[in-house]
Ligand binder design. Structure first.
Ligand SMILES: NC(=O)c1ccc[n+]([C@@H]2O[C@H](COP(=O)([O-])OP(=O)(O)OC[C@H]3O[C@@H](n4cnc5c(N)ncnc54)[C@H](OP(=O)(O)O)[C@@H]3O)[C@@H](O)[C@H]2O)c1
Length: 268
């Protein structure tokens, strides 16, 4: 077995129906893991499973709403029956919402409490807390597991405008470290992965004009990125496989792995 071989692992990728989670589901499958692609959108989930199985990988779509504990419990049972007991949990459900973004028309103080709650419910509760509550204890009982929570550069120092998302993602870093400490003795490692800027559906209009040129905000981001480009989803795979592998990252827990073209390293 090589350092990065995942053939003995069963991975659960929540948000595997999305751009980054989908690429990561493919990457874990390419490293040998059996992968459960979780999300609400069956069309996108089945399409991702087909891409994986067409390449000889092993995967199944399992419908789940991450902000519902009962839905996650049901998905857990299905995964155990169809693929086996999960040993990797990759939490990639989440995203910003225009309703909680500060703009010239929407002042910070006017963002509604229910919109703050909904964004925390997605990025913190459904994004990390509920999946960890569902899958973590079973991993602890079996004495083996790697949990990878997708954070954001905005979790470290909040970007302008995305106040709610940044606060929720900062809480993701905190929860990651808390669980790393709690579950280390049970053989379960908990780390986060911080992507920089990866164009996807949810942020495309923020980063690109209709004609494909970067927006003003996109240009500021590129100007602040030493590598002078955005990331491609597949560039996160190496980091995720490393954190998932019980051999490659056996002594790594409570860590945050940044994949951002140098964005967080740059000041002036
Ligand atoms: N793209 C970037 O540049 C970037 C940078 C830093 C961090 N991130 C983070 O990376 C993660 C993935 O982002 P992305 O760019 O790949 O966005 P995306 O394509 O919009 O994916 C988001 C995923 O979240 C899932 N999701 C949302 N609500 C859910 C729910 N209630 N239950 C289950 N799944 C739910 C969606 O699945 P369904 O619709 O099928 O439910 C979708 O698969 C997010 O946490 C995001 O904050 C992205």
């Amino acid at each position: 077995m090589t350092l990065f071989d995942l053939r003995e692992e069963v991975a659960v990728v929540i948000g595997g129906t999305g751009v980054l989670g989908g690429a990561l589901a493919e990457g874990l499958a390419e490293a040998g893991a059996k992968v459960a692609v979780l999300g609400r959108n069956a069309g996108r989930g089945e399409a991702r499973v087909k891409v994986i199985t067409d390449k000889g990988g092993r995967a199944a779509f399992v419908s789940a709403d991450a902000i519902s504990r009962s839905s996650l419990a049901e998905a857990h049972q299905q995964i155990e029956a169809r693929l086996g007991a999960p040993t990797i949990l990759l939490n990639a459900a989440g995203g910003n919402d225009p309703k909680v973004t500060v703009t010239p028309e929407r002042a910070f103080e006017t963002i509604a409490a229910e919109d703050w709650r909904a964004n925390f419910e997605l990025n913190l509760m459904g994004g990390v807390l509920f999946p960890c509550q569902e899958f973590g204890p079973a991993m602890c009982r079996r004495g083996k597991g790697s949990i990878i929570n997708i954070a954001s550069v905005s979790a470290h120092i909040p970007l302008s405008r995305v106040v709610t998302y940044s606060a929720a993602k900062a809480a993701v870093l905190s929860l990651t470290r808390f669980l790393a400490r709690e579950w280390a003795a049970n053989g379960v490692r908990v780390n986060s992965l911080t992507p920089g800027f990866f164009p996807g559906e949810q942020n495309r209009r923020l980063l690109f004009n209709e004609d494909g040129t970067p927006t003003a905000r996109g240009q500021v981001i590129l100007g602040h990125t030493p590598m002078k480009r955005f990331g491609e989803a597949r560039e996160l795979i190496g980091a995720a496989v490393f954190l998932a592998s019980p051999r490659a990252s056996s002594f790594v827990t409570g860590a945050d792995l940044v994949v951002d073209g140098g964005f967080l390293a740059q000041t002036i």
